[in-house]
Each structure stands twice: as structure tokens, then as C-alpha cells.
Design a protein around this ligand. Structure first.
Ligand code: 2PG
Ligand code: MG
Length: 436
């Protein structure tokens, strides 16, 4: 028997950063290699995402994942027993086949991803190389441009404002560590400005961002700009702003986008796009995520025609799904894809989406979820897969710093030999430059 064959799988119920149960899994190989992983979980989940299995009983208000853990260590373990962990694609195909449903809802996408990631980590361990190297397939690692949460609203902050994330993008930083310094300073600067204006900042949102109650969504942009300046940095030149509108979250059943924080201001798709165009004229916005609802294909095409000179990122819109991304490329909707491994369920499927995007001139941003753990495998994937950008939340809270720290460690270990993507990750061809 080869010494990288999968022999033993254990799985258990652990906790994520919101105190919600999540699946933990360890994979052991015949030669002694091991890997273990926890899976993340979203709050503003897209309708078309792969489906987590939750127990629905009295434990943890129905959120338990004991059955998913059982599925990982029984049916899924059996499906991959004896397979070579170095061949992640075959392992992932076996996992998907064992579930048999398109959204992995039978055994649970949380169970499937836990095995997929733990197997990849075991494969790296068996080869005595870091995960980023074993997933890189010979390519040079690329340190990603970080996108860092400063102010949160929406589902991550009790809907204090409608828009979900206002993030700092350190476009002027020359290295990854300088980029993290810039964003940590902006986080502190913005907190200072908010405190001076009388806002409570003791409580942070799910991803470690500030969650102030502001009179308008636009006011959050003013706060971030003031925070950049307070940090002694130049808005637009040193630090740009990214926005995750997460528009599906405030799309009502009559097709109107309702801004509850602004006195229930109601906008149709065109009105919302007009609003975003105005924001872009006044603020250094370099990236807009989920500008429209997850199924508003027409709105997305229109938004891309009007705003496509900057990054337009599909999260709930593409849900890390090759078919949806393929359709977007065809109709010219968005020009970038947010990639969350748990939206699709396996690492191979997430990688296929990244490659499809890159082949078609779409930018790629690897992303954590609002519910995370102390694991740092996401950082290695961004580096090894050369996604160019990463979104992890704030520069505080350990489940967030685990990822930043991993990238800082690698940067330090590899010294000058590792390339840093920097702002060039944002300047892929515009939508007009996308090959037909
Ligand atoms: C998002 C993510 C991370 P969630 O919408 O981009 O910020 O949130 O994990 O809740 O979907
Ligand atoms: Mg999002």
C-alpha cells in the first residue's frame, strides 16, 4: 500500500467564533501523515450555496452538527478509504458521489468540506511541506492583497446599517506586512473618530469590525475616510475602500431594495446602482461586492456596464459555483468572484472556480466566513492558489488574526523570495478586456 492512502477519519462537533457548532475532522494516512480542520459558516448565506447539515433538535437551538460529524466518520470515511490523499480531485469526487445531491444537503456540505480540507492537510503533512506548497502544483506562491473589515452592518452587526461591510484595501503598501500595518491603523483611526463623535465602540461585530449605529449607509464611508486620514494615510493613494453591499439581505419580496437605516428608503435596481455610482464619485471605492440581489441578473449586467471600471465582486451571486460564474462571464455580469470553499463543499470545486475566473480575466478573492475558527488553512490556499486577494474580516479577534498571522509568518520565513500581489491584483482587465 502507498503511504499516502487514507486510513482513518475521526470527526467531532466543535464551536465556531459565534459559539455555533461546527464540524471538526482529522484524516490519517497509512504512512502516518495527519491533518485536521474545522469548517467555517456564514450568516448572510446565498440561496444557491451548498447546504450545511444541522441537527434541528433541542441542542444548540437546533444548530448542532452531530449528524454531520457522524456522516464524516462513517459514510464519507468509507467512500475515501484507501484513496491517495495526494490526489485531492479523486478524493473530492468520491465525497461528492457519496452524498449524491447537487447541494450536498444529504450528508452535509459541512461534513464534506471538513474531510476535503483535512485530507489536503494530511497530504501536505505526509510530504513534509506546508499546505500552500502542496496545493500549488509547482507554481510560485503569491501573497495576497488583503481586504480588511473596518465597519460592519447588516447581518453581522444587528442591522445597525444596511450595507454589510466597509473594508480597507491597502493599495499603496509595498509588502504584505506593510499592508496589514496600514489596515490595523485604519481600524484604530476609525475607532478613534467614532468615539470622538460619541458612538459606542466597545462591542465589535461578528468579524471584529466596528458596528456603530449611523444615520445613513454613506456615513460609514465618511467614517472610514476619516479613519484613513487619522491613521496618517492618504485615502485612495495608500488605502482604498471596498464595500460588500450584500444587497440580497435587504431585497424585499416586491423586488425593491429597502434601506431600513435610512427610513425605509426604497430603491429599484437602477436606483441602487445610481446610489453606488454616486458613492464611487465621492469616495475612493476600489471594489463593490454583491451590489445587487443574488438572482438579479439584469441588474448585475447593468451594474457591470456602469461600474465595471472597478472590481465588481460576486459572492451570494456566484456562490463559488462554476455554472453561475460561467453564465456571468457569458453575459458580462461582475468582473470578479469571491471564493468561499464552504459555498461549494470541496477544495477541488473551489479551485476549479478560481481557474475558470482567471482564464476569463475575472479577479479572484478568497474569503473567510463570518463564522470562523482558529484554523489558518485559508491563508495557505490563497498563497498556493495565487488568488491575488483575500478577505478575512478585521485585524482583531483570534479567528481572524490566525489567517493574517499565517501569512505574516510565511512572508517572514520566505523573505524577499515570495512575490506580493499588491494593488495589481485589482487591475485585471476591465470587463471590456475580458476575452469573449
Ligand atoms: C460575506 C461573508 C464574509 P458571511 O458576505 O462576504 O464577510 O459573510 O460569511 O456571513 O456570508
Ligand atoms: Mg459577501
Amino acid at each position: 500500500m502507498i503511504d499516502t492512502a487514507i486510513t482513518t477519519i475521526t470527526a467531532w462537533e466543535g464551536l465556531d467564533s459565534r459559539g455555533k457548532p461546527t464540524v471538526g475532522c482529522e484524516v490519517q494516512l497509512s504512512g502516518g501523515g495527519r491533518g485536521h480542520a474545522y469548517v467555517p459558516s456564514g450568516a448572510s448565506t446565498g440561496r444557491h450555496e451548498a447546504r450545511e447539515l444541522r441537527d434541528g433538535d433541542s441542542r444548540y437551538d437546533g444548530q448542532g452538527v452531530q449528524q454531520a460529524a457522524i456522516n464524516a466518520r462513517t459514510v464519507l470515511a468509507e467512500a475515501v478509504h484507501g484513496l491517495d490523499a495526494l490526489d485531492g480531485k479523486t478524493v473530492d469526487e468520491a465525497l461528492r458521489a457519496a452524498d449524491g445531491t447537487p447541494d450536498l444537503g444529504r450528508l452535509g456540505a459541512n461534513a464534506v468540506l471538513a474531510v476535503s480540507v483535512a485530507a489536503a492537510l494530511a497530504a501536505a503533512d505526509a510530504q513534509r511541506v506546508p499546505l500552500y506548497q502542496s496545493v500549488a502544483a509547482g507554481a510560485d506562491p503569491l501573497l495576497p492583497l488583503p481586504m480588511v473589515n473596518i465597519i460592519s452592518g447588516g447581518a453581522h452587526a444587528g442591522r445597525s446599517i444596511d450595507v454589510q461591510d466597509f473594508l480597507a484595501v491597502p493599495v499603496g503598501a509595498g509588502t504584505f506586512s506593510e499592508a496589514i500595518d496600514y489596515t490595523a491603523r485604519v481600524r484604530r483611526g476609525t475607532a478613534e473618530v467614532l468615539r470622538e463623535m460619541g458612538h459606542a465602540i466597545a462591542l465589535v461585530a461578528d468579524e471584529g469590525g466596528l458596528g456603530p449605529v449611523l444615520p445613513t449607509n454613506r456615513a460609514a464611508l465618511d467614517m472610514v475616510v476619516a479613519g484613513i486620514e487619522r491613521a496618517g494615510l492618504r485615502p485612495g493613494t495608500d488605502v482604498g475602500i471596498a464595500v460588500d453591499v450584500a444587497a440580497t439581505q435587504f431585497l424585499s419580496s416586491d423586488g425593491r431594495y429597502v434601506l431600513a437605516a435610512e427610513g425605509d428608503r426604497r430603491l429599484n435596481a437602477e436606483g441602487l446602482i445610481d446610489e453606488l455610482v454616486q458613492w464611487c464619485a465621492h469616495y475612493p471605492i476600489v471594489s463593490i461586492e454583491d451590489a445587487l440581489g443574488e438572482d438579479d441578473w439584469e441588474g448585475w449586467v447593468e451594474a457591470t456596464a456602469r461600474l465595471g471600471d472597478r472590481q465588481l465582486l460576486g459572492d451570494d451571486f456566484f456562490v463559488t459555483d462554476a455554472e453561475r460564474l460561467g453564465r456571468g462571464i457569458k453575459v458580462r455580469a461582475a468582473n470578479a468572484v469571491l471564493v468561499k470553499p464552504n459555498q461549494t463543499g470541496t477544495l477541488s470545486d473551489a479551485l476549479a472556480v478560481i481557474r475558470l475566473a482567471q482564464e476569463n480575466g475575472y479577479r479572484t478573492v478568497l474569503s473567510a466566513r463570518s463564522g470562523e475558527t482558529e484554523d489558518s488553512w485559508l491563508a495557505d490556499l490563497a498563497l498556493g492558489w495565487r488568488t491575488g486577494q483575500i478577505k478575512v474580516g478585521s485585524t482583531m479577534r483570534s479567528e481572524r488574526t490566525a489567517k493574517w498571522n499565517r501569512l505574516l509568518q510565511i512572508e517572514s520565513q520566505l523573505g524577499g523570495t515570495v512575490e506580493y500581489a499588491g494593488a495589481s491584483a485589482l487591475s485585471c482587465p476591465t470587463i471590456d478586456g475580458v476575452p469573449a
